[in-house]
Design a protein around this ligand. Structure first.
Ligand code: ZN
Length: 389
C-alpha cells in the first residue's frame, strides 16, 4: 500500500461506488462499524458496481485433444502491517501460518499457487509495518506451508528494506524453494507442472519515491520492456502471465490508461494479466479470448476500510493442446480477511466467503457474516458468472 486517502473521502467514494445498499462502516472501529452497518440488499442496482464489457475471442481454432491440464490459484496483495506481526508473535517466534490455514487446503490443491508479496523480509528485527514494510522472514514460511509456489515482488514496497531487503527477500525465497520474480535482477519465474511451463513476469508502477539502490533492484512498468520480456518468456515457456502492480488505490474502476496497458500486454503475447495494488477488487475482462484481472485486492493485510478486507482468489485451468497452451477457464473465489479479538491479541485469518457463510464457525461474528454477505452480493454483481462459491 502507499499513500493513504482520508477516511471521509474514501467513504464518500465507496458510497458512490456501491450505492446505498451496502453502507461503508466506520474505519478501524469494529464496535462503531457493527452499529452502523446495514444489511446489504441483493437487489441493489447492478449499474452501481463497475463491470467491464468483453470482446469476443477471434480465435476460431477447433479444440483437439487435451494433453495436459494445470490448475492455478492466484491471490492479491500479501501485506504485513505491524498489527499482523504482533498478532503472529509467540514468545521468541513469529508464526504466520494460522492466518492462511482456513484456505490452505484450497491453495495446496492447486498445481501452482501464486501471490504478490508486498513487503520485504529480514532475519532479525526491528520489524516495521506501514510505511516501510520490514517483515519477519517466517512470513514466507507461512506462505510456503499454505502452498504458495511462486511470489511476485515488484511492487511499491519492494525497496522498503533497501538493497539489503531486496537481496535478503530473494535469498530467503530461494532457500524455501519459492519461485519469485520482480526484483533483484531476476528473470521470469518459470514454474513447471506436468511438463507445462508457465512464466510469470512482474512490474510495478513506482516505489514510493525510494530510489533504486542498484540497477535492476525492481522491475518498473515500461511497455517496451514488457513486450521484450514477454517475447523472450514465450520462447522458454508454454504460457506467459504478467503481474502488473498498478492503478489508483481504493478505486474499483480501472483507469483508461490501465485498460490500455492491459490490452497492450495481451496484444504483445501475454496469456493472462493478474493485476494488484489498488487494495480493492476490480472487474475481470475477457479480451480477445484472454483474461485481464484488474485487481485481486488484498489477500491479507491489517487494513480495515470497507472493501480492503475483501479479496479474490483466481482459480484458472490451463490446458495444453497440440495447438498451444491457454487459460481454458477462470473462476473468481471471494475471500474475507477476518480479524477477531481475544486473549489479549488480535487474530488474523483469510476465509473463503462462500464456505464460511454456508458453514460459519465459532469465530465468525454476526457482524462478520453481515459484512461477508454484503461482499458476496457485491462480487456477484461485479463478476457475474465467473463467481465460484
Ligand atoms: Zn501496492
Amino acid at each position: 500500500m502507499g499513500t493513504r486517502v482520508r477516511a471521509g473521502s474514501l467513504i464518500a467514494a465507496l458510497a458512490i461506488l456501491v450505492g446505498s445498499a451496502f453502507v461503508p462502516t466506520a474505519m478501524n472501529s469494529p464496535a462503531r462499524a457493527e452499529a452502523s452497518v446495514s444489511a446489504p440488499a441483493t437487489t441493489a442496482a447492478p449499474a452501481a458496481v463497475p463491470t467491464l464489457e468483453t470482446t469476443p475471442s477471434t480465435d476460431p481454432t477447433p479444440t483437439p485433444s487435451v494433453d495436459a491440464t494445470v490448475t492455478l490459484i492466484a491471490v492479491g496483495d500479501l501485506m504485513c502491517h505491524s498489527q499482523q506481526f504482533r498478532a503472529a508473535h509467540y514468545g521468541s517466534i513469529y508464526d504466520f501460518y494460522p492466518a492462511f490455514r482456513p484456505v490452505a487446503a484450497r491453495i495446496t490443491a492447486a498445481d501452482i499457487a501464486a501471490g504478490n508479496l508486498e513487503t520485504t523480509l529480514r532475519a532479525y528485527g526491528p520489524y516495521s509495518g506501514y510505511p516501510a514494510f520490514r517483515t519477519p522472514r517466517s512470513y514466507a514460511d507461512g506462505l510456503k506451508k499454505a502452498g504458495f509456489d511462486v511470489l511476485t515482488t515488484a511492487n511499491n514496497h519492494a525497496l522498503d528494506g533497501g538493497a539489503t531487503g531486496v537481496r535478503a527477500t530473494a535469498a530467503y525465497l530461494d532457500k524455501l524453494g519459492i519461485a519469485h520474480t520482480g526484483t533483484d535482477n531476476d528473470g521470469p519465474a518459470i514454474v513447471e507442472h506436468d511438463g507445462v511451463k508457465i512464466a510469470f513476469l512482474a512490474y510495478t508502477y513506482a516505489t514510493n519515491g525510494i530510489h533504486s539502490p542498484f540497477p535492476g533492484a525492481v522491475n518498473r512498468i515500461s511497455l517496451a520492456r514488457m513486450k521484450t520480456n514477454i517475447a523472450s518468456a514465450r520462447k522458454r515457456a508454454d504460457l506467459v502471465i504478467v503481474v502488473p502492480h498498478w492503478g489508483s488505490e481504493y478505486r474499483a474502476t480501472p483507469e483508461a490508461a490501465t485498460r490500455t496497458l492491459a490490452r497492450a500486454l495481451i496484444d504483445a503475447g501475454a496469456d493472462l494479466v493478474l493485476g494488484s495494488h489498488p487494495h480493492v477488487v476490480r472487474p475481470v475482462e475477457s479480451y480477445h479470448g484472454r483474461f485481464i484481472v484488474y485487481s485481486m485486492g488484498n489477500f491479507i493485510s491489517g487494513m480495515s476500510d470497507t472493501y480492503t478486507d475483501l479479496g479474490i482468489m483466481i482459480e484458472a485451468t490451463i490446458v495444453r493442446r497440440e495447438t498451444g497452451t491457454k487459460v481454458a477457464s477462470l473462476k473468481v473465489v471471494p475471500v474475507f480477511r477476518d480479524r477477531t479479538y481475544g486473549a489479549g491479541r488480535s487474530t488474523y485469518r483469510v476465509v473463503d466467503i462462500g464456505r464460511m457463510l454456508t458453514a460459519p464457525d465459532s469465530h465468525t461474528s454476526s457482524y462478520d457474516r453481515t459484512r461477508m454477505r454484503g461482499y458476496l452480493s457485491y462480487c456477484r454483481r461485479m463478476f457475474g458468472k465467473l463467481l465460484s462459491l
